[in-house]
Design a protein around this ligand. Structure first.
Ligand code: IP8
Length: 244
């Protein structure tokens, strides 16, 4: 059974402080992953205070590209540093985590559609490793390079690897309605559109609305949940909001 799990960038970093890992939160997440010892796990993490600050500083988003190689290297370099921190935390707990950098693997066509071959990730998984991917900056035909969100990666990986379950660990305990209550299940974006604003912090990829839209595209059931529910998700529970 393949599980694709995204750790939100806001969960594992101090989102208001440039390039700052939330050491306690990352340790908690790594503990939960180590304790679950899932066989076929593929991890993705978001940008948090690493990717988003650099992307915003250079005016790069999912649609606004750059042809400045220095900007591409800054954004990608920051994401590699966060990826190192995530892999270090996991390897320190005997999880066989290895990096996989989307910048070198995928690209967008002129319409913005992503090509991301997943056979390398699958082979890495099949050899007993836990591939750890991350939101990144990727080549975008006719636009230079644009931001690829972890949510898009989750969708591409879930499809390409025929995932059985998808989890998105966010800072909130699920998708919330106007009263702050968790919406237990979402089948149709139109039913929840009125509740979904953008992210309050610097987030160039669209916050919860983009997450929900991307997850609705999947065949596999997806759960959006908070950090406290990560262990439960990895044990097979469906915490937070189930999207399918
Ligand atoms: O936090 C964005 O990934 P996300 C990655 O999953 C960058 O949207 C480079 C900003």
């Amino acid at each position: 059974m393949t599980v694709v799990l995204k750790l939100g960038g806001s969960v594992i970093t101090e989102k208001g402080e440039p390039e700052t890992v939330d050491i306690g939160a990352l340790a908690d997440a790594a503990d939960a992953i180590a304790a679950a010892s899932i066989g076929d796990l593929v991890l993705v993490h978001g940008g948090g205070s690493f990717g988003h600050h650099h992307a915003a500083a250079h005016g790069v988003s999912r649609t606004d590209g750059t042809r400045d190689a220095a900007a591409v290297r800054e954004i990608h370099g920051a994401m590699r540093r966060l990826n190192d921190a995530v892999c270090d935390a996991l390897v320190g707990r005997d999880v066989p985590a290895v990096p996989h950098h989307p910048h070198s693997a995928g690209y967008r066509d002129a319409a913005g559609d992503l090509t991301l071959p997943t056979d390398t990730v699958g082979a890495t998984r099949d050899e007993g490793f836990v591939p750890v991917l991350h939101g990144d900056v990727v080549t975008h035909v006719d636009a230079g390079a644009t931001i690829l969100s972890g949510d898009e990666l989750v969708v591409a990986l879930a499809r390409g690897l025929d995932a059985d379950r998808v989890g998105v660990c966010s800072t909130v305990s699920g998708v919330l309605d106007d009263d702050g209550d968790v919406i237990e299940r979402i089948d149709d974006y139109a039913d929840v559109e009125r509740y979904l604003g953008g992210s309050a912090d610097t987030d160039v990829t669209g916050g919860m609305a983009a997450k929900v839209r991307a997850l609705l595209d999947l065949d596999a059931p997806a759960s959006v949940f908070g950090p406290d529910a990560l262990g439960g998700f990895l044990r097979g529970e469906g915490p937070g909001t189930v999207i399918r």
